[in-house]
Design a protein around this ligand. Structure first.
Ligand SMILES: C[S@@+](CC[C@H](N)C(=O)[O-])C[C@H]1O[C@@H](n2cnc3c(N)ncnc32)[C@H](O)[C@@H]1O
Length: 385
């Protein structure tokens, strides 16, 4: 067997064993731990082939796993490579063709709905065709430059000969995937790793000094740091149902130099939760809701195969319950920022409509943040007031 046939066989073995209960990158890590004789290059190639396979979503389910791995490599790669040169030389010669032309060479029609089987569920304004095809490509790595350190960060990127794209806001930088940014820019308070669309949600915050804000599903605090960077003088409460993630938040805040905040563990769906908050009112509440994460599936393409459509409704119920319990704590004239990293209307527009039905809050601005035209995640963010 050639090295490349071995890679194909290993990728097939992994795909056969993977049941979707763990994120794929964790599963791959344990697989390689059990196969320590595989070197770095082998691991990279095998992982890549497995990811390419999952990027095909529901396409070509009637074909063998091997054929789908090879097709994945053909559709996802854009430059000639040794794998296809050995396994399918005719396709290697056509590797630079656009997807539409590659599709004509495949044994089964390639359509947007086979790549992404949930297209009818998409929020309004998402270009279904463009969205389906972007899943074939891994989104880029983004950082948000902080503390006026743009010049210093760019100098370090140039010194390390890293190609980057600086966005017009002079804050967002796109980097090639796999960039070891923590090595290139050792001073961690100069930047945050944050997807471009996630950074864009901050345009809805408009915080003022001394206002009280609550990041009620804070996780490790990505949105809170964004908020504090905009207005360090806000009084901030952060909460999450997971104690462990709030411990991560405390560490991340310390590294980022974010001070003066209160943290509490809270299940926002619990019966006694509203009473436990007393009569507090907030000028701003960030509700970055638990969701399907479908806007980030370009990073975890295995989700396309394992996600069940009825899970969307379950997320919506959870989002409505949390919104119901949180909305009364918005001060009159204050803002509720509803955010998801989902592309599904049930989790987006329909939840905003529900919030308008059960409260005096009304949508003021925001909507879909399409990431597919810039190699980023797709999100949804709306400010209600
Ligand atoms: C999308 S994440 C938030 C990401 C975060 N805002 C950021 O920017 O890094 C959603 C969070 O909601 C939390 N969550 C889920 N169910 C919850 C509940 N019932 N009460 C409170 N938090 C909950 C999860 O633990 C998760 O950390």
């Amino acid at each position: 067997m050639t090295r490349w046939e071995n890679y194909l066989a290993s990728a097939e073995k992994i795909i056969g064993a993977y049941q979707g209960s763990l994120p794929l990158h964790h599963f791959l890590k344990s697989f390689f731990k059990e196969h320590p004789y595989m070197g770095g290059r082998d691991r990279r190639w095998i992982s890549q082939l497995v990811y390419h396979y999952f990027r095909l979503g529901n396409w070509g389910k009637s074909l063998s796993v091997n054929e789908r791995i090879i097709t994945g490599a053909f559709l996802c790669e854009t430059t000639p490579n040794d794998f296809l040169a050995t396994i399918r030389p005719a396709w290697n010669e056509q590797i630079a063709l656009p997807h539409a032309d590659k599709a004509a060479l495949l044994p089964v029609p390639l359509t947007p709905d086979t790549l992404f089987p949930f297209l009818p569920e998409l929020s309004a304004g998402i270009d279904a065709n463009a969205y389906a095809y972007t899943v074939l490509k891994q989104p880029r790595l983004f950082i948000r430059v902080r503390n006026n350190k743009l010049d210093k960060v760019l100098q370090l990127l140039d010194k390390a000969a890293i190609t980057y794209e600086l966005f017009a806001n002079n804050t967002t930088i796109a980097l090639p995937n796999g960039t070891k940014i923590e090595v290139v820019v050792p001073e961690k308070s100069w930047y945050e790793v944050q997807d471009a669309s996630s950074q864009q949600t901050g345009e809805l915050f408009h915080p003022q000094q001394h206002q009280r804000w609550w990041d009620c599903c804070a996780a490790s605090g990505g949105k809170s740091i964004l908020l504090k960077d905009q207005q360090p003088g806000v009084q901030l409460l952060v909460s999450d149902v997971r104690r462990s993630i709030l411990e991560n938040l405390q560490q991340r805040f310390a590294t980022a130099g974010v001070k003066h905040f209160e943290a509490r563990v809270a299940d926002l769906t619990a019966e006694n939760f509203p009473a436990s908050m007393g009569s507090q009112q907030f000028d701003g509440i960030i509700l970055d809701a638990p969701c399907s994460g479908s806007g980030t599936w370009g990073r975890t393409p295995e989700s396309i195969s394992f996600f069940k459509k009825d899970e969307i409704g379950k997320y919506q119920q959870l989002q409505k319950k949390i919104a119901h319990n949180v909305a009364p704590f918005v001060k009159k004239g204050g803002s509720l920022i509803y955010i998801t990293c989902s592309v599904f209307k049930q989790e987006n527009e329909e939840v905003v409509k529900y919030i308008e039905e059960i409260s005096d809050l009304r949508k003021q601005e925001g909507g879909v943040i399409a990431g597919y035209d810039k190699g980023a995640d797709t999100m949804y963010a709306v400010r209600l007031s």
